[in-house]
Design a protein around this ligand. Structure first.
Ligand SMILES: *Cc1c(COP(=O)(O)O)cnc(C)c1O
Length: 364
């Protein structure tokens, strides 16, 4: 990536987790060009070959049994669809979400998002949405009841600071949902499609959701969200939900090309291998400014003992773009096609910047 002054950068943000294959990957560009000449828009009431092919291909990868899909245009929209589906299927109103969770900024999704900074200007939000402490099995046990329509969780909280859920917590929530008739919605908008070293983070943990939300990189940078749900929940009633642009052939063609490259280059496994190595190298370093390093695959959070902004600025002057995740966490979401040598360079740059901060030198 190049800025207006011609300086080059390594983008360890993937444009907020979207550019799984980097920017303007030739296969995505070609798919968009080809499809743009054939058909750009097609309302969902009509058949569209690109959408039909995409649904078949998604079914090859999404967790077993999740064979129903709704295509929309963003992660927040996928969460909206999942919340409506849960209310409709269960006839219940209550949705449980987690503290520190992030699910998007439309009013329904924002109701499930926790951070008061995003919520407070828009109160009151949807009634019946409550937040329990992430990782607190006792709280889940007390909160999930016969009034609960769904529990919505990220498998690894992204915006909230790169916090992976433990297998114990997810297993307990899965069991409680099954016992009490609530749906488990997993929001894999950020963790999905190879990001965490598996096609989906829930697969790697063996947790089966009833509903799965996807978004961010699924269409190679074009807007797309997907709600996937279990066959046994049935269809949404005719006319109860819809999207004019959802599943348009252009976005579907880009998504098909994205899936092709993820498969052909075995990027989920590659993400696993690169991430393991990076975590090991970081972990061995034991820097005084680093409180903890968390993550899986190519979703990594470096929790600092101070605010993260100076480190992000220092990295930028060294040509590395990284993200914050909360006030103290430096988040890396590199494209899954990143080279080992580039990750070595980034690791080096991070340690140089931390050294400068530690020495009290000005990093700006
Ligand atoms: C980014 C994100 C969303 C929202 O996606 P948008 O496309 O910005 O609406 C929802 N959930 C999670 C976990 C995300 O990371």
């Amino acid at each position: 990536m190049r800025d207006a002054d011609g300086r080059t950068y390594l983008d360890m943000t993937s444009g907020q987790g979207v550019a799984l294959l980097g920017h303007s990957h030739p296969r995505i560009v070609e798919a968009i060009q080809r499809q743009a000449e054939r058909l750009i828009t097609c309302p969902e009431i009509f058949y569209n070959d690109q959408r039909a092919r995409l649904l078949e291909r998604l079914a090859e990868h999404t967790p077993e049994g999740l064979t129903r899909y709704f295509l929309c245009n963003s992660g927040a929209e996928a969460v909206e669809g999942a919340m409506k589906l849960a209310r409709m299927v269960t006839g219940r109103k209550q949705i449980l979400a987690a503290q520190r969770g992030f699910h998007g900024r439309t009013l329904g999704a924002l109701s499930a998002t926790w951070n008061p900074r995003f919520r407070d200007p828009f109160l009151p939000l949807l009634p019946g949405v409550m937040h329990i402490s992430y990782e607190d099995i006792g709280a889940a046990e007390r909160a999930i009841s016969a009034s609960t329509a769904a529990v919505i969780l990220e498998v690894i909280q992204g915006e909230g600071g790169v916090h992976p859920a433990s297998l114990e917590f997810l297993t307990a929530v899965r069991d409680l949902c099954s016992k009490r008739g609530a749906l488990l919605i997993l929001d894999e908008v950020q963790t999905g499609l190879g990001r965490t070293g598996a096609w989906f983070a829930c697969d790697a943990m063996g947790i089966q959701p009833d509903v799965l939300c996807l978004g961010k990189g699924i269409a190679g940078g074009l807007p797309m969200g997907v709600v996937c749900w279990s066959e046994s929940l049935g269809r949404m009633k005719e006319g109860s939900h819809g999207s004019t642009l959802g599943g348009n052939p252009l976005a579907c063609a880009a998504a098909l090309a994205t899936l092709d490259v993820l498969e052909e280059e075995d990027l989920p496994n590659r993400s696993h291998a690169l991430g393991e190595r990076l975590l090991k190298e970081f972990g061995g370093a034991n820097h005084p400014l680093v409180r903890e390093i968390r993550g899986r695959g190519l979703m990594i959070g470096i929790d600092l003992r101070q605010r993260v902004t100076p480190a992000l600025k220092g990295l930028m002057t060294r040509g590395v773009l990284a993200l914050p995740a909360g006030p103290t966490v430096l988040r890396l979401l590199p494209p899954l096609i990143v080279q080992q040598s580039e990750l070595d360079h980034v690791r080096q740059a991070i340690f140089e910047v931390l050294e400068e901060i530690n020495d009290g030198r000005d990093v700006d």
